[in-house]
Design a protein around this ligand. Sequence first.
Ligand code: AMP
Ligand code: GLY
Length: 423
Amino acid sequence: MNILILGSGGREHTFAWKIAQSKHCDKLFVAPGNAGTQSIATNFNIGVNDFEAIKELVLAEDIKMVVVGPEDPLVNGIHDFFLKDEDLKDIIVVGPQKEAALLEGSKEFAKEFMSRHNIPTAAYKSFTKETVLEGHKFLQTLNPPYVLKADGLAAGKGVLIISDLEEAREELSNMLVDAKFGEASSKVVIEEFLDGIELSCFVLTDGKNYKILPTAKDYKRIGEGDTGLNTGGMGAISPVPFADEVLMKKIENKIVKPTIDGFQKDNLPYKGFVFIGLIKVGDEPKVIEYNVRMGDPETEAVLPRLKTDLVELFAAFKDQTLNQKTIEIEEQAAVTVVLVSGGYPEAYQKGKEIFGIETVEDSIVFHAGTTTNNGKTVTSGGRVLAITSYGEDYKKALKKSYQNIDKLCFDKMYYRKDLGFDL
Ligand code: AMP
Ligand code: GLY
């Protein structure tokens, strides 16, 4: 069948790489894609939220499956758009419907869902402009640091962790009254600070059955030792060494099962990936957040470890038969190291020629922010490439990625050399 992937980052290049290997994939399209997807699929310069243009492409190219990379089109209802259209309704869309995508689109919705289904998470209360004074009082009852979360999508910037009470009160007012994050912070969730180590668990579900994919740990801060500004992600490691059998059983029984059962009980239409951000407090896993898509750059370390044909798993969404599939996972570890443009996550320059990609051996180069210009591959984003390697353990895998990175360059290239430092 012909398949379309929506998005343009490293996650989408990884999907394209994996799906291109499927015996069920005939023609592969990516919209809008990048220089990496262009080498294995056909790119179309269509935005991920331009549903009418996507429809035209799907019908013109006889596409039967659409894999949605980022959260935006899901929160905007792309899956519902397909189901409501006579010509599109039988096409398999990977990603939840709008109502279920609120798990990522609204922190309050996610917290209420967890509380309804007894899923362990931080205690919380939410506030609006009208209740800002109550919010100030609530902050006084908590111990620092204070965690403030804009309710809506804020491009990964909507969470503030503040140690000073006065500053926390100020920021709460900034968010609610002065619309610091626009409409996204018209409601703010204040929650208990959880102290522990983070990991991410990825689940594929047809709405009824589920398969747990490999775990991963990502490195979000720009600076070594997890310092400096938050980024989209500077690298990832899979599996997470401390996610042993005991912890994974707890995650499955206390979090994954009640989440999938919760979709059914609440009639939340969900066919796609659930990305569960977790924090291990003592020996207990607690949920920090749900995302309704795969992580980036986690995908670049997780999908290379999936041996099973991904298209076959997606095809099981149609009649909810994911329980009849088995998944096979590569024993080796996989890691990815992200190369970024100097200045990122603040201002950076684009259009820098990238050298050395063809010299990489024994690693996979996934493109994130790249494009082609006069036959040359040039940078077009903050995160530029993700270099993935396998190894007996994450240290050996990292060594390979770092050896290959020595052969790559573009003006002001930067990457973290300390991935795994905390493990
Ligand atoms: P989120 O956007 O919800 O993933 O939050 C961004 C980051 O803030 C997470 O990856 C955590 O590092 C941190 N964080 C969020 N909520 C909490 C919490 N309740 N306690 C401690 N850290 C948190
Ligand atoms: N790497 C974190 C995310 O994709 O949200």
